[in-house]
Design a protein around this ligand. Sequence first.
Ligand SMILES: NC(=O)c1ccc[n+]([C@@H]2O[C@H](COP(=O)([O-])OP(=O)(O)OC[C@H]3O[C@@H](n4cnc5c(N)ncnc54)[C@H](O)[C@@H]3O)[C@@H](O)[C@H]2O)c1
Length: 247
Amino acid sequence: MELTGAVAVVTAGGGGLGAHLVHALAREGCHVVVADRDADAAARVAEEVRDGGGRATDVRCDVLVDDDLRALVDLTRGLGGVDLLVANAGGWGGASEQYPGAEVGDWSAVLDLNLRAPMLLLQLCLPSMRARGTGAVVTVASSAGVEAGAYGSPPYAAAKAGLVRITTSLADLGAEGVRVTTVVPGWIGLDRAHREWDALPEDERAGLPALVPPSLVAAEVVALARDGAGGRVVTLLDGERREVLHP
Ligand SMILES: NC(=O)c1ccc[n+]([C@@H]2O[C@H](COP(=O)([O-])OP(=O)(O)OC[C@H]3O[C@@H](n4cnc5c(N)ncnc54)[C@H](O)[C@@H]3O)[C@@H](O)[C@H]2O)c1
């Protein structure tokens, strides 16, 4: 896909990894739609892009609200339709009570954020991508979804594993020009992570893989958007890049 002039939606683009993805795609010449539930954060990042000479539009969008997702897709119609969807919004919030101890509403919200929302947004973007015979979707999964050990948030791990499998399940869309791919990062070196990392005892730190630079994740998202084959899953774990599970 030619990224210059492409309309790229980044969910949770107002902060964290999403802001890095927005800037990386804007540098490639995309018109980036910065979608975030925090309207001020989305506006700030879009303004940074425009100040740097790039193109960006901000929109308040909570990916947990179906009508917000529909409004987001409607807005992009005015820009010519979504060429690239980066389903980045996700997380588990670090709640102390986790499944199976947590209330159903709490753990199902984690499934909704990390799996249902990207699935629904992809579904909403698909008709126009199919009609034009071109489109790319890059989802952001996590090492939590591909590792086999115990994990602090089981619904988060399950949802991210589901995201990987959704990607591979949809590989056939590639025949219609729509490529669905996913990137699977380990712990990303965002500001918050660096603070947590620095607070760890040295022996604990020594046993952990290095933080994944956000620029590396952004470069992978750009590469997958440009020409990643449908169904491709790329892991950025333990200092290594691997392509797994693609047809
Ligand atoms: N941080 C990591 O180390 C790490 C590692 C692996 C994978 N990931 C994945 O990367 C993605 C981004 O992670 P992050 O750490 O940048 O997240 P984050 O929590 O730091 O993201 C912050 C942004 O998300 C927005 N946001 C939160 N909930 C939203 C919602 N419901 N709708 C729209 N916007 C919302 C916030 O307003 C904020 O701008 C997630 O899918 C996460 O699971 C993160």
